[in-house]
Design a protein around this ligand. Structure first.
Ligand code: WTA
Length: 698
C-alpha cells in the first residue's frame, strides 16, 4: 500500500530543524499513523474529533458508506447524529477555550501596498455574529442557500461564516466569473439571497462587481427565478478604520452616498470609485444593515451530515457541478490536513495565495487555518502588482512561515529571473506548498532552490474540489520529496491505479487514479443531482471513486499525477501524458510555459501538438524548434517527439489560471466551433493562436 521504507535515491529531505518540532517527524511515524487511519478509521478520526466541540454525540458508525454502485446508492456519512457548528469550532472555541481572542486571524493585504487591515479572532467572531444576525433578520434560515460573489476581503470570510453560524449553505462564486456564470449558479442552487461588493481593483483594473451582480440578477429574473435580496458591501469606498493595530470592534458605520463620501475625502485611494447602480426594491447596504445589530448570536446546531456549502466545478459536459460538502467530515479533514501538511505551529504566519472563490481558498484560507487557530495573510492583489516582487515583499512584511501557491504562479514569476525574489530576505519561510496542477520539475527546482533557498520542503498537494482536502501529499518533515511527485496518500486515503479494464495495477504502473474508500472530507453529492454524482465518479469503475486524473506509480511506490485523463494522449498505442511532454519542453531554458494537446493522426492515432510560450526576449526560429524536439525526444523517448510546435505568446487560461486544453485542441485542429468559453480569462489569445497555427508538421 505504502512503502515500508522511504526511498533513498534522488530525493530531497525536510530540514533537521523542522523535524524537531513537527507533528509527524519521520517516515516511520507517517507510516504508523497511516496504517492506523486505514485499518481503523473510526478510531483514528474519533481521536481527531475529540479536539472539537460537539453539542451531541454521534449515534451510528463513525464513517458509514457505500462506494459501490452495483450494491445500491452511493453514500458517505461521517459522525451521523452528532450535532455541532463549524463557526463555533472555528471562532468561539478559539476565543473562549483556547484563549486566542487577541491572536490575529487575518492580516489583510489589499491590492495596493499600504492598504491593510488586521483582524483578531475576537473581532472576527463579533463581526460574524453581527452579520449572522443581519442574515436572520433578512429571513435566511437553516438550509437556505446564499450566493456570495465578493473580492478577497475580510467580509467575504465574515459572510461565509455568518451563513455557517445560522446553518445556511453558502455557494461562493469566484468574483472573476461572468454575470452569466453567476446567474447559472444562483439558479442551480436556488439561492435566496446574493451578497456582493461595489467593486475591486485587480492591479490597475477596476472590476465593477455590482454591475455584474445586477446583470446576473436580471438574467435570473428572465429565467423566472427572481432573487429578492442583494446585500452590497462598500469595499472601495470604505472609511480608513480598522487599519493595522486597531483591535476595537468595527464601528457601526452610516451608509452615505458613495459620491458624497468621495467628496468628503474619506475614500482611501485616489483611484476612482465605481458608480453603483441601486435598485431599492432589492439592494441593501451591508453597513446600514449592521447598524444597531447585536454582535452575539447563538449558533444553529447542525447535524454532521447537514449541508455546509456548495461549490461549483466545471464538468466535462459543460454544465458546472455543484459539489456539496457537509459539516463534520469536512471540518475534521480540512483541520487535520492543514495541521499536518503545513505542519502548523502556534507562531506560524501562513499564506495561501488562492482566491476563496475556489476550493483551495475554502479549505485552506478559511476552514483549515481557522480550525487550528492559525494566523493567515489574506491577499486581495496580484503577484505582479505593483511589481513582480510583491509576493516576497509580503512574505517579509508579515514574516510568513508557510507559503502555498500554484505552479502557474511559480512559472509566471520564474520568467522574470531570480533578482525580484532575491531583493527580499524570505528568511522566515519554512514550508512551501503547491496545488492545482502537476508541477514540472523545473518549476519545482526553482521554487526549492531560489524561493526556499534549499531550506524549505515543498508539499506538492494533489486534491480536488470533490476531495475537500489534500489526498496525495508529502508531509514536510516525514516524506522524502521528488520534484514533480505528490508522493503518497494522506491519512485515510487509499489510492489505486486502474487500467482501462478496471483492473488494479500493482507496482510501477500508469493508469487511472482512483480511491478505494472514502475519507471524512470527500464530497457527498452533486447538488440537485445525485445521479450525476454517481455517474461522474462511481460508474466507470464500480467500487472506486474515479478522480479523472491519470497517474503513474514509480518503483518506490510514489504517485505522479500526470494530468486529467482527458489530457492523456495515445500515440501509436502508447499512453502519453501531456504534462510529461510539457515538462520536458519547459526544461529548455528558452521556454516559460508549454501546453500539449493531441491532434488526430491517420497512422499514429494521435500526434503531439505543442504550444510554447518563450521567456522574455527569446526569438522563435527553426533552430530552436529543432532543439525543442530533441529535448523532448531525449527526455521521454522518440514516441513523444512533438509533431507540431507553435510559438504561443499567450495561452488560453481560465481565470483561476488553468490552461484550457480543450481550446488548444480546437486550435490544433483548426476547429472554430469553441463551445462555452465563459471561463476564459482573455479571449484575444485564442484568435492570435488561430492566426499563427502550424499547418505542417515540424
Ligand atoms: C489537478 C484544486 C497534479 C488535478 C485543489 C485535479 C493537480 C484538479 C494537483 C482539481 C497536483 C490539483 N498535482 N494535479 N498537486 N492539484 N491538480 O477541483 O487534475 O480546482 O483533478 O481543485 O487539479 O482541480 P480543482
Amino acid at each position: 500500500m505504502i512503502p515500508d521504507k522511504p526511498p533513498q535515491d534522488n530525493v530531497f529531505h525536510g530540514s533537521e530543524e523542522l523535524k524537531k518540532e513537527a507533528h509527524v517527524p519521520s517516515f516511520d511515524k507517517y507510516r504508523e499513523l497511516y496504517m492506523k487511519s486505514v485499518d481503523n478509521p473510526d478510531e483514528f478520526w474519533g481521536d481527531v474529533a475529540k479536539d472539537f466541540f460537539w453539542k451531541t454525540k454521534h449515534t451510528g458508525q463513525f464513517l458509514d458508506y457505500n462506494f459501490d454502485v452495483t450494491k445500491g446508492e452511493i453514500y458517505i456519512k461521517c459522525m451521523e447524529g452528532a450535532s455541532t457548528n463549524i463557526c463555533y469550532n472555528l471562532l468561539d472555541r478559539n476565543v473562549h477555550e483556547k484563549k486566542l481572542a487577541d491572536k490575529v486571524a487575518f492580516f489583510w493585504e489589499g491590492n495596493d501596498p499600504g492598504d491593510e487591515l488586521t483582524v483578531t479572532y475576537r473581532e472576527l467572531l463579533q463581526r460574524v455574529c453581527q452579520f449572522a444576525n443581519v442574515l436572520k433578520a433578512q429571513g435566511v434560515k437553516k438550509g437556505d442557500r446564499v450566493s456570495i460573489y465578493m473580492p478577497m476581503v475580510v467580509e467575504l470570510v465574515v459572510a461565509m461564516l455568518a451563513c455557517v453560524r445560522i446553518g445556511a449553505v453558502h455557494s461562493i462564486v469566484f468574483a472573476g466569473f461572468s454575470a452569466e456564470s453567476l446567474c447559472e449558479r444562483i439558479v442551480d442552487s436556488q439561492c435566496c439571497l446574493l451578497i456582493t461588493a461595489d467593486g475591486f481593483y485587480r492591479g490597475d483594473k477596476l472590476i465593477n462587481l455590482k454591475l455584474l451582480a445586477d446583470e446576473a440578477l436580471q438574467k435570473c429574473r428572465d429565467k423566472g427565478f427572481p432573487v429578492g435580496r442583494c446585500i452590497m458591501l462598500k469595499h472601495l469606498s470604505k472609511e480608513p478604520e480598522g487599519i493595522v493595530g486597531s483591535q476595537s470592534p468595527p464601528a457601526k458605520r452610516p451608509c452615505p452616498d458613495l459620491q458624497q463620501e468621495k467628496q468628503a475625502g474619506r475614500v482611501k485611494k485616489t483611484r476612482p470609485v465605481p458608480k453603483v447602480p441601486w435598485n431599492p426594491e432589492v439592494d441593501l447596504c451591508w453597513d446600514a444593515l449592521l447598524r444597531g445589530v447585536s454582535d452575539e448570536c447563538e449558533p444553529e446546531w447542525c447535524d454532521s451530515e447537514d449541508p455546509l456549502f456548495i461549490l461549483y466545478t466545471s464538468g466535462s459536459t459543460g454544465k458546472p457541478k455543484g459539489v456539496l460538502h457537509t459539516v463534520s467530515g469536512y471540518m475534521l479533514y480540512t483541520a487535520t490536513t492543514f495541521k499536518v501538511v503545513f505542519d502548523h505551529q502556534p507562531d506560524d504566519v501562513y499564506w495561501c495565495t488562492a482566491d476563496i472563490g475556489w476550493i483551495t481558498g475554502h479549505s485552506y484560507i478559511t476552514y483549515g487555518p481557522l480550525a487550528n487557530g492559525a494566523t493567515s495573510v489574506l491577499f486581495e492583489g496580484l503577484p505582479t502588482h505593483p511589481d513582480v516582487s510583491r509576493m516576497w515583499e509580503i512574505v517579509d512584511k508579515y514574516n510568513v512561515t508557510k507559503f502555498y501557491t500554484a505552479p502557474t504562479a511559480i512559472r509566471l514569476l520564474m520568467k522574470f529571473g531570480n533578482e525580484p525574489v532575491q531583493r527580499y530576505k524570505r528568511s522566515s519561510l519554512k514550508v512551501l506548498g503547491t496545488v492545482g496542477e502537476p508541477i514540472n520539475p523545473e518549476a519545482w527546482q526553482w521554487y526549492y532552490n531560489v524561493v526556499g533557498e534549499k531550506r524549505c520542503p515543498i508539499v506538492d498537494t494533489f486534491w480536488q474540489t470533490e476531495t475537500g482536502g489534500h489526498v496525495l501529499t508529502p508531509l514536510p518533515a516525514a516524506t522524502p520529496m521528488k520534484p514533480g511527485s505528490a508522493t503518497l496518500p494522506f491519512f485515510g486515503v487509499v489510492p489505486a491505479i486502474l487500467n482501462e479494464s478496471g483492473e488494479e495495477l500493482e507496482g510501477p504502473s500508469e493508469g487511472y487514479l482512483v480511491f478505494k474508500q472514502p475519507w471524512p472530507g470527500v464530497m457527498r453529492t452533486v447538488y440537485g443531482s445525485h445521479e450525476r454524482f454517481e455517474s461522474t465518479y462511481f460508474k466507470k469503475f464500480p467500487g472506486y471513486y474515479v478522480t479523472g486524473d491519470g497517474c503513474r506509480r514509480d518503483k518506490d511506490g510514489y504517485f505522479w499525477v500526470t494530468g486529467r485523463i482527458d489530457d492523456m494522449l495515445n500515440v501509436s498505442g502508447h499512453l502519453l501524458s501531456t504534462a510529461e511532454v510539457e515538462s520536458a519542453l519547459v526544461e529548455h531554458e528558452a521556454v516559460a510555459e508549454a501546453a500539449v494537446v493531441g491532434r488526430p493522426h491517420p497512422v499514429k492515432g494521435e500526434s503531439l501538438y505543442c504550444f510554447v510560450t518563450l521567456n522574455d526576449g527569446v526569438m522563435y526560429n527553426s533552430e530552436l524548434e529543432a532543439e525543442l524536439k530533441k529535448q523532448v525526444r531525449e527526455k521521454i523517448g522518440a514516441i513523444a517527439t512533438p509533431d507540431y510546435i507553435q510559438n504561443a505568446p499567450g495561452l488560453p487560461k481560465t481565470r483561476s489560471g488553468k490552461i484550457m486544453r480543450r481550446l488548444l485542441r480546437k486550435i490544433a485542429c483548426d476547429e472554430r466551433e469553441l463551445g462555452d468559453i465563459s471561463t476564459l480569462a482573455d479571449s484575444t489569445v485564442v484568435e492570435q493562436l488561430f492566426q499563427n497555427r502550424c499547418c505542417t508538421a515540424v
